[in-house]
Write a protein that binds this ligand. Sequence first.
Ligand SMILES: Nc1ncnc2c1ncn2[C@@H]1O[C@H](COP(=O)(O)OP(=O)(O)OP(=O)(O)O)[C@@H](O)[C@H]1O
Ligand SMILES: [Mg+2]
Length: 210
Amino acid sequence: MILAFWSDKGGTGKSTLATTTAKALGLPIVDLDPQGDAARWCKRAGHACTTLSNESWETVKDILSRLATEAADVVVDCPPGHDPRSLSGAALARLAVLVAGDGDSDLVALGRGLEYLKRLKGAGNPGLAVAVALNKVNPHTILGRQAVEGLRRAAGEKGYRFLGAVGNRVSIRQSFGLGVSAIATGGAGAHEMRGVVGAIRDILSSEVQQ
Ligand SMILES: Nc1ncnc2c1ncn2[C@@H]1O[C@H](COP(=O)(O)OP(=O)(O)OP(=O)(O)O)[C@@H](O)[C@H]1O
Ligand SMILES: [Mg+2]
């Protein structure tokens, strides 16, 4: 089954959260993004990774369809955007994690992203669970606080689970470049990441029990 990390906007932290989650939950990664950020992290970290960015669209669809029906979970790191290729991981996922910052354009993109995922649910993936994580958020600013509180409040009504917020942390930026887990670095960033990954783990285990 597929656990997809996706956002309509670039640079929000999809690959960072995807690799951190994959490492913490012991799951292999499929990198759909031609930028190959997750694949480079995996190479440095010695983590299992399949790169599909050079494959034809038909091959990508075939492989993702197979992964979606297998019992074992796999983390899929999607490229940004809402074209069919970018959304293909989420289109077949059991859980799609949307990653967003707290800026105005981030939150607008997040709203668009939630709409696209709602459409995917209505177009062949009714079981899709949707979750939102805030990343690179400063909780001491008004914007950061409003984003966290607003997203937490709207979760039930909008049909997503709120996973929590991760700050803009030097340790997290470094861990990605060095090929280690953001959780392994210790400090506040690791604590926040652990919270987000723990919430993902809870969703995955509750979905399995249903
Ligand atoms: N919480 C964080 N604190 C500090 N830096 C971060 C954090 N999360 C991600 N970054 C950094 O921000 C940059 C973008 O992160 P990342 O590549 O994970 O985003 P992305 O959404 O996958 O980007 P793209 O849309 O290009 O695929 C990277 O340099 C990464 O190290
Ligand atoms: Mg990425």
